[in-house]
Design a protein around this ligand. Structure first.
Ligand code: NOJ
Ligand code: CA
Length: 560
């Protein structure tokens, strides 16, 4: 079983790259990235080795939540181009073997969406029941407000409607009423529309909130069990395209998250972001102790056969630490974002990784090496491949959503606008400005972060054990080191990462190997470590170092 078969379940060995069209590449000099520009820059993604582009929302928007407040689900934000430009982009991506998924944001609309405007205007509107209205504020628990910087309740009274409406996010993002069959039909139409234009699936925004019906008076009776609805959505998608996926945003503890795969049936979300392991990774990096990651991996439920975890270091939101205890969160804050201005919502950081670790390239590489070695599908956020920093002068989460840095200079090769004031967002300052951090400088430099990641990605793609295999966390006596192995169909990978600032040597046990068995270092192929007769192996790791090995036995036919 090799490439011929792993290709069917393409998402299990994919490398996903999230970008915002607006901040990627501006083709017409108006300071705003666009689809025509993105099409011109696809070769960068091909060179890096990513296989799936995840587009953040590109639909017309009131732009209160950076595109996550949509005013029309069926076209492209005119600032980014036209539907024609979108189709050209899709064709260009396909011709390079890239798949495309897009954000599906249907928990809510913008308050400016014509549906909401009609809904609030009259109880007789055909759209009245498309949203969740009540005479008095509905139920609310502590922690329900997602954006506590700007909201104090998830219920707001609309003067025109004379009633309260539900909004899990900003008040300008009223929640759709999924208990209403007409809303469910519309969501299916939206999915169907974009599938016809060639998408391979969706990143589904805020899934637990989408399924939540507790605030809907009487209406929940109309909704099949929430998970039945998710099953329906997945089945509908599958009817439209058999190998399309739903990659869900479900930031819940593992026990609750598994249900969103559809438990053992695997008939709901195809993939879930692994938020718990990401948070444990930051705690581990802060402590220079592999313990938290080890515990997370041991607690992580196995996925049903076709399903998959999406692993990541950073996404476009705050780096949330909400699943850590207060004391643990404080440890990460102290290590990686001590100033209040680096934190947001009391639960996360608004920095990118390189600045968090004080620009220490060893720690940056360690984090990506570790993330990519965890069983799952790696997901990158644009700019991570070159170590972009953030701009803390921008409000909230926008700090990490600055324009892509293609080359040195005031405009960073992002735009030909007249001056930097015309750009949709300003770049970070020195030492993370385009002069210091850019694609052109790194792509031909074998020692660059870009080259490092390109090499890891190539290796990840060659090692289906990482996407498919069974994980074991290995015992040894060095707390700073995480050693794990992934086994699949006769192949074994051994992955070792040292979170500590001093070199470390671990003795690992790989029992029952035939004589002559050895481990080859996949990034230094002249190094082969012998496994002793008693089945043990000694691995030395530099400070903040990560090494990946393949086990070779006499009969191995691997190309190494
Ligand atoms: C989650 C998205 O990742 C975030 O950026 C957005 O603000 C909320 N959902 C609301 O759509
Ligand atoms: Ca433009």
């Amino acid at each position: 079983m090799r490439a011929t078969q792993t290709g069917d379940l393409w998402w299990k060995t994919a490398v996903v790259y999230c970008l915002d069209v607006q901040t990627f590449y501006d083709s017409n000099g108006d300071g705003i990235g666009d689809f025509a520009g993105l099409s011109e820059r696809l070769d960068h993604l091909v060179e890096l080795g990513v296989t799936v582009v995840w587009l953040m929302p590109f639909y017309p928007t009131a732009d209160v939540d950076d595109g996550y407040d949509i005013t029309d689900f069926y076209t492209v934000d005119p600032r980014l181009g036209t539907l024609g430009d979108f189709v050209e982009f899709m064709r260009s991506a396909r011709s390079r073997g890239l798949r495309v998924i897009a954000d599906l944001v249907v928990n809510h609309t913008s308050a400016k969406h014509p549906w909401f405007q009609s809904s609030r205007s009259s109880v007789d509107s055909q759209y009245r029941d498309w949203y969740v209205w009540r005479d008095e504020p509905g139920p609310e628990k502590p922690g329900d407000v997602v954006f506590p910087d700007r909201e104090t309740s998830i219920w707001t009274k609309d003067r025109k409607a004379g009633q309260y409406y539900l909004h899990r996010f900003y008040r300008s993002q009223p929640d759709l009423n999924v208990a209403n069959p007409a809303v469910r039909d519309e969501i299916a139409r939206i999915i169907g529309f974009w599938m016809e234009l060639g998408l391979s699936g969706f990143r589904v925004d805020a899934v637990p909130f989408l399924l939540e019906t507790s605030g809907i008076e009487g209406g929940a009776g109309d909704l099949p069990q929430p998970h039945e609805y998710l099953r329906d959505l997945r089945a509908f998608l599958g009817r439209r395209s058999g190998d399309a996926i739903l990659l869900g945003e479900v930031n819940l503890p593992f026990e609750q998250a598994r249900t969103f795969f559809g438990d053992e049936d695997g008939d709901e979300l195809t993939m879930l972001f692994d938020f718990p392991t990401m948070q444990a990774m930051f705690l581990g990096l802060a402590r220079e102790d592999a313990g938290p990651i080890r515990s997370a991996l041991l607690a992580r439920p196995e996925t049903p056969g076709d399903s998959q975890w999406a692993v990541f270091v950073r996404n476009h939101d705050e780096l949330t630490l909400d699943k850590l205890s207060g004391a643990e969160r404080q440890e990460v804050f102290t290590a990686f974002g001590p100033d209040e201005g680096m934190q947001v919502y009391g639960r996360g950081l608004r920095r990118r990784l390189p600045t968090m670790v004080g620009g220490d390239g060893r720690r940056v590489r360690l984090a990506y090496s570790l993330m990519m070695s965890l069983p799952g599908t790696p997901t990158l956020f644009y700019g991570e491949e070159i170590g972009m920093g953030e701009n803390l002068d921008l409000p909230g989460r926008m700090a990490v959503r600055t324009p892509m840095q293609w080359q040195a200079g005031e405009m960073g090769g992002f735009s030909t606008a007249k001056n930097a004031d015309a750009l949709c967002r300003p770049f970070p300052a020195t030492p993370y400005s385009p002069d210091e951090v850019n694609v052109v400088a790194q792509r031909h430099d074998p020692g660059s972060l870009f080259s490092f990641l390109r090499e890891r990605i190539r290796c990840y793609r060659e090692c289906p054990e990482l996407g498919w295999g069974a994980l074991s966390v290995l015992d040894h006596d060095v707390p700073a080191v995480l050693a794990h192995r992934c086994d699949w169909r006769g192949g074994t990978l051994l992955l070792c990462h040292n979170l500590g600032s001093t070199a470390a040597t671990v003795r690992l046990s790989l029992p029952e190997q035939p004589s002559g068995a050895r481990c080859v270092d996949l990034f230094d192929r002249s190094t082969q470590l012998a496994i002793t007769a008693d089945g043990s192996l000694e691995v030395t790791l530099p400070p903040y170092g990560g090494r990946w090995f393949r086990l070779l036995t006499g009969s191995s036919s691997e190309l190494v």
